[in-house]
Design a binder for this molecule. Structure first.
Ligand SMILES: [Zn+2]
Length: 140
């Protein structure tokens, strides 16, 4: 019987997180997020931002991807409130100022005050797995 399979992947440093290691092109994102900085990928050839991060530009197929620090501002494109979850969650697509739309969770908000086009700002926060994830909250 193996003893390795009993260790849970939670609480590990982001550098050894099994969600991070298969996608080395994401490492700059996770490293910056752990420092409280939100990076977005931009193509060095066509200049367009994209999300989710990937090694190849989805518009021109260039591999020249640059990481640009973003203030993380956007507006709610659409959202849904999962009231049957415990605790309830607000899941949203946020249209960033840079153009890409990010699937995320809205935090620090009154669910009844949410509306399409509400200005929101990124809020990086640690999750149980050890990574710092980009959530969004209404701008105040
Ligand atoms: Zn491109």
């Amino acid at each position: 019987m193996s003893t390795q399979a009993t260790k849970k992947p939670f609480g590990v440093p982001w550098e050894t997180d099994p969600f991070v290691t298969p996608w080395p092109e994401m490492r700059p994102f996770w490293a910056a997020a752990a420092e409280g900085r939100f990076l977005m990928p931009r193509c060095g050839d066509c200049g367009k931002y994209h999300w989710h991060p990937r090694a190849v530009c989805p518009f021109c197929h260039s591999r020249k991807i640059e990481w640009i620090e973003s203030p993380g501002r956007g507006t709610i494109f659409s959202f849904s409130i999962a009231r049957t979850w415990s605790p309830p969650h607000a899941i949203a697509f946020v249209k960033t100022a840079e153009e890409p739309v990010i699937l995320t969770q809205l935090v620090d908000c009154d669910f009844d005050a949410l509306r399409i086009e509400l200005p929101v700002k990124v809020k990086l926060a640690p999750v149980e797995a050890g990574r710092w994830m980009p959530f969004f909250a209404p701008e105040r």
